[in-house]
Design a protein around this ligand. Sequence first.
Ligand SMILES: Nc1ncnc2c1ncn2[C@@H]1O[C@H](COP(=O)(O)OP(=O)(O)OP(=O)(O)O)[C@@H](O)[C@H]1O
Ligand SMILES: [Mg+2]
Length: 288
Amino acid sequence: MAEIRLVNIVKKFDEDTVVNNLNLTIEDGSFTVIVGPSGCGKSTTLRMIAGLETPTSGEIWIGDDCVTNLEPGKRNIAMVFQNYALYPTMTVRKNIEFGLVNKKVPKAERESLIQEISDIVGLTDHLDKKPHQLSGGQRQRVALARAMVKKPKVFILDEPLSNLDAKLRGQMRRELIQLHKRLGTTFVYVTHDQVEAMSMGDQIILLDKGVTQQMDSPMNMYHDPNNVFTAEFIGTPPMNILDRVHLNTVLPTLFENVKYVGFKPEHAEIIGKRRSEGRIMSCCKVRF
Ligand SMILES: Nc1ncnc2c1ncn2[C@@H]1O[C@H](COP(=O)(O)OP(=O)(O)OP(=O)(O)O)[C@@H](O)[C@H]1O
Ligand SMILES: [Mg+2]
């Protein structure tokens, strides 16, 4: 297990800066979720941690080692992708075993590891099947087992559940949380789904355009957003934001020196309705 630190990380593709001076600490043993809109730099950040992309500048540390220029195979990190990338002609057993054969792990040890891991992820009865004979959730578990069998220091998972239907996704979320508790290994999990982030992470990093907006616990993210972006990204439905124009119209004197006022939907109570220009308007009372 190990803490991961990104220090002043910049990543440019040609002239495009896609990660801009990122500083973050992923605590040892945490379930850290990186969340943010499409294109904000989540996968690029994960790929730099795994060593599949090199930062333009800055440093990446795993524990006491600076790994910025270390090749992926030496980082002791396992990565699970959105498309499970299983070998279609190999059985589940062979898929899980593949990385171990490459690492020249002796046969008896390989067999006991496969047994142990397939038991944990519930694949014991499916070891002789090929990927096309499995459901989406089972395939996802093979991808996990293949990562787990290498006993990495860190798991990084890039939107691993987005190909599954809503019910299975819910089930796999719970299974991943259990798995994390059981293994105690650092998990870094990427999603663009804030509900997934809030329900799974013990630390959340919200990115926008390659810049950290907030790094916090789910509770603080929800109840104490640092800025308007976080307030509008987190929560279903999200916080209501009144800007200066609204405030000048409805509450000109109450909030004289503020730029924005936000309130959660659950803090508003509808106390009356009136008709204005043919539309029904609700009047609400807000508890700040
Ligand atoms: N190899 C590459 N060459 C050029 N531009 C790239 C490359 N990889 C990513 N980008 C750009 O970097 C930005 C961030 O991409 P990234 O894949 O990290 O986003 P993301 O947050 O994972 O998005 P999504 O939620 O859609 O997966 C995007 O604008 C993307 O077009
Ligand atoms: Mg991505």
